[in-house]
Design a protein around this ligand. Sequence first.
Ligand SMILES: [Zn+2]
Ligand SMILES: [Zn+2]
Length: 278
Amino acid sequence: MAVDLHVHSNVSDGVHSPRELVVMARDRGISALALTDHDSVRGVPSALLAGEELGVFVIPGIELSTDIENAEVHILGFYIDMTSAKLHEVLDMLKKGRRERCEQILSRLRALGMDIPLEYVLGLGKEGFTGRSQIFKAMVNLGFARPDKRYGDFQRYLGKKGLAYVEHQGLSPEEAVKFVRDCAGVPVLAHPGTEIPFNVIENFIGIGLEGIEAYHPTHSKETTKKWLKFAKSRSLIVTGGSDFHKVSPDGPSGVGSLPIPDSIALELTRRWLQISSD
Ligand SMILES: [Zn+2]
Ligand SMILES: [Zn+2]
């Protein structure tokens, strides 16, 4: 058995419904699946329901996007309390922030000669989700960018150092960690890659970070090893997932496409029970 603790549905910027993801997990023999949509838990109830029906252990999750000076920092939150009043209040604020950020990116693109109406972008995301992937899709559809990663148009315009990049509005990484803790969840640093310095992470640990996503499709074997070692030395749990959004030639081929030891789902659940009884 294997697990996948990082997937996106069409509630954020994936293409499959939460239920379809659970079906894929079952078909691939995945024993535990965490739905981690960007800034939203709206897909969680239907994923939980499908999991119960199809025999897949579904873990409620979320992924929060934040920025530090030279990198983006994504914080995963597992087992958040869906009934928390704070949860919905903050998510509403983040939704507004995303919309404003989208408008700012579009005005930068406009200055570069790409006129993309906001309404067009809104129509591409389910229920008006506005992330850079929707903006990029609009750029491609309207002939302003090439979809192929080889040409690097996404990075050129929308990457952290891109011409039209605008920082995420809303939470700092520290606030994201605290927010997940406030919602009784387990905060985990998503795909740290090679860009996030150890001392920055030490700071997150000081305020309640509980884990590191060591297994991720963007991590080389060496990078994964580095984070496994780091996590062990700081008594952090390790998580991992495919970060599946949709089938694409340069991305993960589906739910469960990364070999991840299933013991990590157990460790995550243990840690959750441990911190919630503190
Ligand atoms: Zn991410
Ligand atoms: Zn993700």
